[in-house]
Design a protein around this ligand. Sequence first.
Ligand SMILES: [Fe+2]
Ligand SMILES: [Fe+2]
Length: 294
Amino acid sequence: MATTTLRAPEERAPEDLRITPRDRRFGRAGVTPRLWHRGNVTATATYNALSTTFPAGEAFFVESVRNFREGAPPRLAEEIKAFTTQEAIHSREHDAFNRRAADAGYDLSKLEARVDERLALTKGRPPIVSLAATMALEHFTAILAHELLADRRHLAGADPETADLWRWHACEEIEHKGVAYDTWRHATKDWTRWKRWSLKARIMLIITEHFLVDRTRGALELMRQDGVTGAKAWVGLLSYLWLRPGMFRKIAGAWLGFFLPGFHPWNVDDRHLLAAYDASAPISDRTKKVRGAA
Ligand SMILES: [Fe+2]
Ligand SMILES: [Fe+2]
C-alpha cells in the first residue's frame, strides 16, 4: 500500500505533479441535516466554523498569489492558474455549504465578521505580507487536509455528501500545497535566507494564534446555538480538537516542520492520498476535471 514518503529537501514540487481542478458540486439535490456530522454538536460546529472562513479566505488567497504572477516562470504561472481555479471552486462550494448551514438555522454572521476583521489587518500593508499570510495558511490547510484524508475516522458517520465535500477540498489542498510557497520563494528570491525566514516565522506565529483562537471561539458560538454552553462546551470542544480525534494535536509535528531550514510543503510527498481520493470519486466526476482557466 502506498504511503507518505519523505523526499530529500529539494525545496520544490515533484516534477511530475499536475494540478487539475475537479469541478464538483455538493449538496444541491437534498437538504443537509443541521447536525450533519454524526448528529454530534461539537463535530458539526468544528467543521462549520472552519467552513465559514473559506469563501472570503480563499478569495484573499487567490488575490494574494495572483499579485505575484507577473514574471513568474512558466511552470509556476501555470500552477497559479490552476490554484486560482481550484480555490474559486472551493469558495463557491463552501459558500453553498454555509448557506445550507444557515438554512438549517445557524447564524454565521459573527463568525463571518471575524474573518473579515482578520483579513482587514492586511489592508494597507505591502502585498508580500498578504502572500506570506497565504503561504502560512496554505500550510495549515495542507496539513489539516493530510490528516483528514489519512485517517478516515475524522469524517466517519458523517452525512455522505458533506463528507465528500470535505474530502474533495482536502484532496485539492494537498495537490496545490506548494503553489503559494513557490510564489513566495519566487517573490523573495533576492532576499537573504534570514530575512525570508524571520518574516515567514513571524507571520506563521500570528496566523496560528488567530487560527486557534478564532476557530475555537467560532465553534463555541455555534455550539451555543445548539444549547451547549459553559464548561460542558469548553471541555467537549477542547477534547475533540486536542485529544480525540485530536486533529490539532495530530498536525502539531507537521506545523513545526514549517520553521525548519530547507522546509518545502512537498518534502512530504502524500500524493497517494490524492490517488486514493480520485479512485473513490464517482466516475462521472473523474471526467469533469478542468484545466485552470483563471
Ligand atoms: Fe481551498
Ligand atoms: Fe488552498
